[in-house]
Ligand binder design. Structure first.
Ligand code: BGP
Length: 485
């Protein structure tokens, strides 16, 4: 047998991933408007308050209350980890690890505070200029998400978010502004983060107040439809602005196994697979897959489309498929469809769970990489993967062998997939620096190589400390994935 190619390609983009609303803080600095994530209040899971670990929705009554009495609540995404003021130190640390790429997002509300202004906010634009220039100093490529689970809260109040068509035009205006401004500084873009998470959390993904609609699933898909059109139109504009742009779509990839060989369980798993693939089907192949017709009919879902929408969607396809990978699910006939949900009601006995009950499945990553590549034959970008854990500081050090172990196993499986023939552009671990959790708003759910001295309530010095995993990842990058010990 000839030797397998088990090495990462030259120029493989190693790095880390973040999102504006989970790191920046400075929520009202320099003209920034309020975003949907600025309105997510912290609920203390240790004080008996119910933390919605999986749906992270905000209701219309909560929103009204938060707007009326903001001082009564804590909103961790308003303070983040103060990347807004600390970006130089943080980027220097990424550079020390040898990052080739840094995934970040732009906060729409820094550029258009309510989404509706005619002119962008220059101060907001300048902030990202500074960040991109700082990255360039170290030769780090930015990978920029235009909308990572946030939009101006004004658009939720006025239009119930992406449920309406109006945000399409406003989003395209915003995309054009940043494409133009940063065309010489940014090459890699993602339009929307994890499109499939609208189903799980219509508020997070679509800015929708779920308690105000009758058919929540229909609303989530309607929002997705508007986002498909907006994404395609943004790609159209992007291509006019720079031929160098590489623009991708993104899903939260959840591999779903049938619980048993029972054909009905297999069918259930196929359904979950189809639903997960629905999004790249539309954005990479350019049309709604036929299997969704039955899905929609059976659930009384009517998607309102305008003439021309299908053509727009079909004419501006993505260059690559980005995805996050954290877990796998199990499917069993008769047990409600879990696809698109974060929570799986059936536990896989072969898998260990994280402290937040997320099943750990490195081999599932290889399976997912193969399936996505077989299906779309487009380069893949693994833009989120990582372990949320409680870290302890001992004598000023953080020993996190559990994180190293998790990442090592996933990187090994990525290597296997490369040997299988899969084309992978890069790997950005989630939360390369500790940040505010998307789902729970906790600081104590840490993913980083860099520890940030801050607690769930925002107290602490904010000091950055290199964890053991920091030195480990540095070696991984230096050796282009050869030294994983
Ligand atoms: C993904 C989101 C990220 C991120 C990650 C981990 O779904 O794109 O924003 O936070 O999940 O989730 P959590 O922060 O809830 O642990």
């Amino acid at each position: 047998m000839t030797k397998l190619n088990m090495t990462f390609p030259e120029g493989f983009l190693w790095g880390g991933a973040t999102a504006a609303n989970q790191i920046e803080g400075a929520f009202d600095a320099d003209g920034k408007g309020l975003s949907s994530q600025d309105m997510v209040a912290y609920k203390d899971p240790y004080a008996g308050e119910k933390v919605d670990n999986f749906t992270f929705n905000v209701s219309s009554t909560e929103l009204e209350e938060y707007l009326k009495n903001p001082d009564k609540y804590k909103f961790p995404k308003r303070w983040g980890i103060d990347f807004y003021n600390n970006y130089k130190e943080d980027i220097a640390l990424f550079a020390e690890m040898g990052f080739k790429v840094f995934r970040m997002s732009i906060a729409w509300t820094r550029i258009y505070p309510t989404g509706m202004e005619d002119e962008p906010n220059e101060k907001g634009l300048e902030f990202y200029d500074r960040v991109f220039d700082e990255l360039a100093k170290y030769g780090i490529e930015p990978l920029v998400t235009l909308s990572h689970f946030e939009m101006p809260i004004t658009l939720t109040q006025k239009y119930n978010g992406w449920l309406s068509r109006e945000p399409i035009e406003l989003f395209v205006k915003y995309a054009k502004t940043v494409f133009e401004r940063y065309k010489d500084k940014v090459k890699y873009w993602i339009t929307f983060n994890e499109m499939n998470m609208n189903l799980n959390s219509p508020y997070t993904g679509g800015g929708i107040l779920a308690d105000t609609v009758d058919n929540v699933e229909e609303a989530a898909f309607q929002a997705n439809h508007h986002q498909f059109v907006a994404s395609a139109l943004a790609i159209k504009e992007g291509r006019k602005i720079s031929p160098d742009f590489q623009i991708g779509c993104m899903i939260n990839r959840i591999e779903t196994y049938a619980a048993t060989p029972d054909p009905l369980d297999q069918l259930q798993a196929l359904r979950a697979e189809q639903l997960n693939m629905f999004y790249p089907e539309v954005q990479a192949r350019g049309k709604y897959p036929s299997y969704m017709e039955r899905y929609f009919k059976e659930r009384n879902i009517n998607i309102k489309k305008l003439p021309g929408d299908d053509e727009i969607i079909g004419s501006h396809l993505v260059d690559f498929i980005a995805f996050s990978y954290y877990m796998t699910h199990m499917a069993k006939a008769g047990i409600s469809d879990t696809a698109g949900q974060f929570d799986s009601p059936i536990k896989n006995p072969h898998l260990e769970l994280t402290e937040w009950d997320w099943p750990i499945d490195a081999v599932g990553l290889r399976i997912s990489l193969n399936k996505l590549y077989d299906r779309y034959q487009l380069p893949l970008f693994l833009v989120e993967n990582g372990l949320g854990a409680h870290d302890k500081v001992e004598d000023g050090k953080i020993h996190d062998p559990y994180r190293i172990d998790y990442l090592r196993k996933h990187i090994k499986e990525m290597k296997e997939a490369i040997a299988d023939g899969v084309e992978i552009m890069g790997y950005t671990t989630w939360g390369c620096i500790d940040l505010i959790s998307c789902g729970t708003s906790q600081m104590s759910k840490r993913y980083g190589f860099i520890y940030v001295d801050q607690d769930d309530e925002g107290n602490g010095t904010g000091k950055r400390i290199r964890k053991d995993s920091f030195y480990w990842y540095k070696k991984v990058i230096e050796s282009n994935g050869e030294d994983l010990d």
